[in-house]
Design a protein around this ligand. Structure first.
Ligand code: DX5
Ligand code: ZN
Length: 234
């Protein structure tokens, strides 16, 4: 049985939003109904793990006060052992860190969960899934990167969907409750193939905040994913 059962989730990335107007940008995808985002994706970059610098805990704390959409914090940072748990303590819904950034992913996940958030593991396009299969019980989400992390607006890498199909089989076989997320280059042209591969949650930055109406973009992406999934044999 396929576990990608619930409605596809859309998580707009504020990396493509206006950083001087984040409360309004969050509100644009927060109205009740089909145009409401499921999660708001917050890209934290430290200019060490990735060659770009964005925002950190103070802005996440302000965003938490400004919106009721659950925050999905994607930490593209070194030393998540030290820096990830505070995002959970602050009230983020899901805190994802990179497998490539720590030798102790299980310990970090446990700290995040102990602080009250869901724990997410992310892997870059070139990182294999196999070494991490056995630790996924300690995680709530797996974030498959479909671009090299660091920048919005890059081209989707369809070859990572092999990992999505493999993890979907593993989840079903092992009876895991793991939500599979994809991040990078998701738009009207690419979301269908990702949905067919068994993705649960779709991060979209430029496709949502580059649209004339971000809420409508959320609704359209969710609809496309749902239709594609219904036609998929995954
Ligand atoms: C890239 C970030 C993404 C980014 C996606 O490193 O993790 O979340 O915002 O942007 P798009 O959807 O434009 O590829
Ligand atoms: Zn991201």
């Amino acid at each position: 049985m396929c576990t990608a059962g619930n409605a596809p989730m859309i998580a707009p990335s504020i990396l493509s939003a206006d950083f001087a107007n984040l409360a309004d940008e969050a509100a644009a995808v927060a109205k009740p109904g089909a145009t409401r985002a499921d999660w708001l994706h917050v890209d934290v970059m430290d200019n060490h793990f990735v060659p770009n610098l964005t925002l950190g805990l103070p802005i996440v704390e302000s965003l938490l006060k400004a919106t009721d959409i659950p925050l999905d914090c994607h930490l593209m940072i070194d030393n998540p052992d030290r820096w990830a748990p505070p995002y959970a303590e602050a009230g983020a819904h899901n805190v994802t860190f990179h497998a490539e950034a720590t030798d102790n992913p299980i310990a970090v996940a446990r700290d995040i969960r102990a602080a009250g958030a869901k724990a997410g593991l992310s892997i870059k396009p070139g990182t294999a899934l196999e070494p991490y299969l056995e630790i996924l019980r300690d995680f709530d989400t797996l974030l498959i990167m479909s671009v090299e992390p660091g920048f919005g607006g890059q081209k989707f890498m369809p070859e990572v969907l092999e990992k999505a199909r493999a993890i979907r089989k593993f989840i079903d076989a092992e009876d895991l409750t793991l939500l599979v997320e994809i991040d990078g280059g998701i738009n009207a042209d690419t979301i269908e193939e990702a949905a067919e591969a068994g993705i649960d949650c779709f991060v979209a930055g430029s496709a949502v905040y580059g649209a004339a109406d971000p809420g409508q973009a959320v609704a359209a992406l969710r609809e496309s994913a749902a239709t594609a999934r219904a036609h998929s044999d995954i």
